[in-house]
Design a protein around this ligand. Structure first.
Ligand SMILES: NC(=O)c1ccc[n+]([C@@H]2O[C@H](COP(=O)([O-])OP(=O)(O)OC[C@H]3O[C@@H](n4cnc5c(N)ncnc54)[C@H](OP(=O)(O)O)[C@@H]3O)[C@@H](O)[C@H]2O)c1
Length: 249
């Protein structure tokens, strides 16, 4: 039997990279998945690629009114949610000498504030047995120059998982973080002005990764499936580091 047969999932940023791979995997395992992101063209492309059991909604994960719309759509169309994956996130490099209040707010509003309200707004639809996966990053345990706000925003997710695991004790809902290592997705383009910059960035990471390569998004989706499903039924408040060892050495 499919691992997620009949389950309803909501995935922020399910249109490219890790979120798209998770969406594809969850649908293949029998779930109906609501995805949302800002760009309509990417939403349309993802929905076409997946082809069935997916509802794509244009919404900004940092905008609380948009999150209300997402929650209303899930409530009206399905009435319940079994799995929440807070995946949408951004990386902008900035050293302490150069970072601006706008950079700080942009990073924290999406990476750290958005997931709190996504979970708050969907929680009334979640029953016992629900699973929440917060996509953090191996960087939450690392110190890499230029990542003051990114690493701290991802560390916030690690903290939420601990607090919510305790808060949800009587609700029968589990919450864990998934901390990927460096994964081959469009987010690497957003960190590089030129192809040469991208190659230099990737080479810097390759020197740090014991497995000796970047992750494929499908590998991270396998870990997300584990956390979302009953296969991880005894895990809550934990952090699953699927990172090729980069955060372990
Ligand atoms: N790739 C890595 O090396 C890596 C490593 C560790 C952790 N992560 C984390 O994994 C998550 C996914 O990253 P990725 O590499 O798959 O990135 P990606 O390929 O750039 O995908 C990001 C997804 O999030 C959506 N998104 C971005 N800003 C959004 C917003 N304000 N509202 C709604 N959706 C938004 C994007 O769609 P729109 O742009 O259309 O909104 C897209 O669907 C992020 O949280 C990232 O920090 C990535």
């Amino acid at each position: 039997m499919s691992t997620l047969a009949g389950k309803i999932a909501v995935i922020s940023g399910g249109t490219t990279g890790i979120g798209l791979a998770i969406t594809q995997r969850f649908v293949a395992e029998g779930a109906h998945v609501f995805i949302f992101g800002r760009r309509q063209a990417q939403l349309d492309a993802a929905a076409k690629l997946i082809g069935r059991n997916v509802t794509a909604i244009q919404a900004d994960a940092a905008n609380l009114d948009d999150l209300d719309r997402v929650a209303a759509a899930v409530r009206d169309q399905k009435g319940v949610v079994d799995i929440i994956v807070a995946n949408a996130g951004l990386v902008e490099h900035a050293s302490i000498d150069t970072l601006t209040p706008d950079h700080f707010d942009k990073t924290f509003n999406l990476n750290a504030r958005g997931p709190v309200f996504l979970v708050q707004k969907l929680l009334p639809l979640m029953k016992r047995g629900g699973s929440i996966v917060l996509v953090s990053s191996a960087m939450h345990v690392m110190g890499i120059p230029g990542h003051t706000t990114y690493a701290a925003s991802k560390a916030a997710l690690r903290s939420y998982a601990r607090t919510w695991a305790a808060e949800f004790k009587d609700r029968g809902i589990r919450v864990n973080t998934l901390s990927p290592g460096v994964t081959e997705t469009p987010i690497l383009d957003s960190q590089s002005a030129t192809p040469a910059d991208r190659e230099a960035l990737v080479n810097m990471y390759l020197n740090m990764i014991p497995v000796g390569r970047l992750a494929r998004a499908e590998e991270i989706a396998s870990a997300a499936l584990f956390l979302a499903s009953d296969q991880s039924s005894y895990m809550t408040g934990a952090d699953l580091m699927d990172d090729g060892g980069v955060g372990q050495v």
